[in-house]
Design a protein around this ligand. Structure first.
Ligand SMILES: [Cu+2]
Length: 251
């Protein structure tokens, strides 16, 4: 459907963001829209002042300097943008530095050229040791689980991320080769996975559904196809999925 010119302000009012399926998403969206409105209002204000200046300049005498006119709006803008930046930092840090719920479901996310793998710790709630030398996707060990570590015996590795709705999730992001960008627009998540680092990201998915996991860093020639699915299930369905994985029924 074509958008008529007079409908443009309505489009801004109803900014077409992706659907929001996480608990922290609405606060981020609100902040984004607030920033957009403030930037739009300032843009309009600047043009109005410019027009007034252009139209009234000839009639005025010598220009007069006034620190109130020059510095008061400037101070206001510095305070406004500092406030917006601090609020944005707080929202950004809420999924990273505040610490996950102790009862959060732990999932390890590994990015490699050009796939994502997801590891669940199994009934012992502990991830087994991994070793880059043992990475062998063709032999069913894409993240390099060390068979000599008993904690890894029950680990489950999947090529899709399946999560229960309404439960806190603590992701630990890793990369095997180069920097990959883990991004799920509907979860309002975007975080680089960096080789040699384990980066935590925690959130609560709220709405069951299937969402695309993208790689947002150009990580090589196959970057365009580095995608995976996030499936958010109802709690009971997730328990059944996990049990089926543990039983090895759906490898
Ligand atoms: Cu990538």
């Amino acid at each position: 459907m074509a958008i008529r010119p007079y409908a443009a302000p309505l489009l801004v009012l109803r900014w077409p963001l992706p659907a929001d399926a996480s608990a922290h998403g609405p606060a981020l969206d609100q902040h984004l829209i607030l920033n957009l409105w403030i930037a739009g209002a300032l843009l309009a204000l600047v043009h109005i002042i410019l027009l007034i200046g252009l139209l009234s300049r000839r009639r005025a005498g010598e220009p007069q300097r006034s620190w109130v006119v020059e510095y008061l709006p400037l101070s206001f803008l510095v305070l406004l943008f500092s406030g917006l930046a601090i609020q944005a930092e707080i929202l950004w840090a809420a999924t990273r530095y505040t610490g996950a719920d102790p009862a959060a479901l732990q999932v390890e996310v590994t990015g490699m050229q050009f796939a994502w793998y997801f590891r669940y710790p199994g009934p012992d709630a502990a991830f087994g040791r991994t070793d880059p030398k043992l990475v062998a996707p063709g032999e069913g060990n894409p993240v390099g689980i060390d068979p000599s570590d008993p904690r890894g015996a029950d680990d489950i590795v999947a090529s899709e991320l399946v999560l229960p709705a309404g439960r806190a999730i603590d992701l630990r992001l890793r990369a095997q080769d180069v920097i990959h960008g883990f991004a799920v627009p509907e979860m309002r998540l975007k975080q680089n996975a960096v080789p040699g680092e384990t980066i935590h990201l925690h959130f609560t998915p709220t709405t069951p559904g299937t969402y695309a996991i993208l790689c947002t860093q150009r990580c090589g020639s196959g970057h365009y196809r580095m995608q995976a699915n996030l499936r958010v299930l109802k709690a009971a369905d997730f328990t059944a999925w996990l049990a089926s994985k543990q039983a090895g029924a759906t490898p």
